[in-house]
Design a protein around this ligand. Structure first.
Ligand code: ADP
Ligand code: MG
Length: 255
């Protein structure tokens, strides 16, 4: 592949290339890590491959449960072929437990279990610092139609339902996560971008220590160390669990 000429976009975590097929993009997952709107920069060795694999496994898991995603396949360990979509300039955040900006902006103590999942929409705009939007502001800015907004909310909750259950079975608590959605050429909403320890808050369920339990990018944000190990641990647990599910599925098929 002639790198450079096919570049569509280089972001903070991925490089997106166009391919010979107009409806297919190639996402190259980088080891680069950024936080606080790219004010903090670093590198997490092996992150590209780990996040690509975790995203692949979770996209496939969700597809099997009726969620439409942009995932096609992985031609290399840190590369993913995806369906090109028109991304809604929104970060759709789902929260199960209070952490991060929710605590800062509401005063809720870290770790407060929310009575029901909270879905929030942030404007994906680095210059403005990805501000939290209200429904009316989002509609005013025409970032989505009211129907699309309802669908995004609904899909985010469904994805949360599946992922929370899955991570729980891995001994991991899904605290919160960020999703991006887009419209494919048919006008269908598809889950896009990535699902990884960069975009999820994941706590080791058997740990209560507020630092030791962290298995996600907060280790990098808060300089907790062992970032690579934590990401690798998440991948290994997901792989183990999926292998277990596959074996169970085969046994059922043999009955
Ligand atoms: P950013 O720094 O904006 O977060 P990333 O490094 O995460 O960027 O690169 C991914 C970029 O590609 C994001 O802007 C994301 O919205 C976009 N993207 C992800 N999946 C798709 C897709 N299927 N089609 C088009 N764009 C996509
Ligand atoms: Mg990104």
């Amino acid at each position: 592949m002639s790198v450079g000429k096919n570049l569509l976009y280089e972001g903070k975590a991925k490089i997106i290339y166009i391919t010979d097929e107009p409806e297919i993009l190639l996402a190259h997952f980088k080891d680069d890590a950024t936080a606080f709107n790219a004010q903090k920069r670093g590198r997490i060795v092996g992150k590209g491959e780990i996040n690509c694999k975790i995203s692949q496994l979770l996209f496939q898991y969700l597809e099997e449960r009726g969620i439409r995603t942009h995932f096609i396949d992985c031609p290399a360990p840190n590369q993913m072929r995806v369906m090109r979509v028109q991304i809604f300039p929104l970060e759709v955040v789902v929260r199960n437990i209070a952490a991060g900006s929710l605590c800062q902006q509401t005063g809720l103590p870290l770790g407060t279990v929310l009575k029901q999942p909270l879905v929030e929409f942030y404007y994906k705009n680095d210059q403005l610092g990805d501000p939290l939007l209200t429904r009316d502001r989002l509609l005013l800015m025409e970032l989505a139609t009211p129907e699309q907004l309802d669908q995004l909310q609904q899909q985010a909750l469904e994805i949360n339902h599946h992922l929370s259950e899955f991570f729980q079975s891995c001994g991991i608590t899904l605290v919160d996560f960020k999703l991006e959605f887009g419209l494919d050429t048919q006008g269908t909403i598809r889950l896009a971008d990535e699902i990884s320890p960069d975009t999820c808050r994941l706590w080791n369920s058997s740990e209560t220590d507020p630092n030791n339990r962290v298995m996600d990018k907060d280790r990098f944000r808060r300089d907790l160390g062992n970032v690579e190990n934590a990401y690798q641990q998440v991948l290994e647990r997901i792989q183990m669990r999926i292998q277990g599910l596959e074996v169970r599925g085969q046994e059922k098929g043999e009955l």
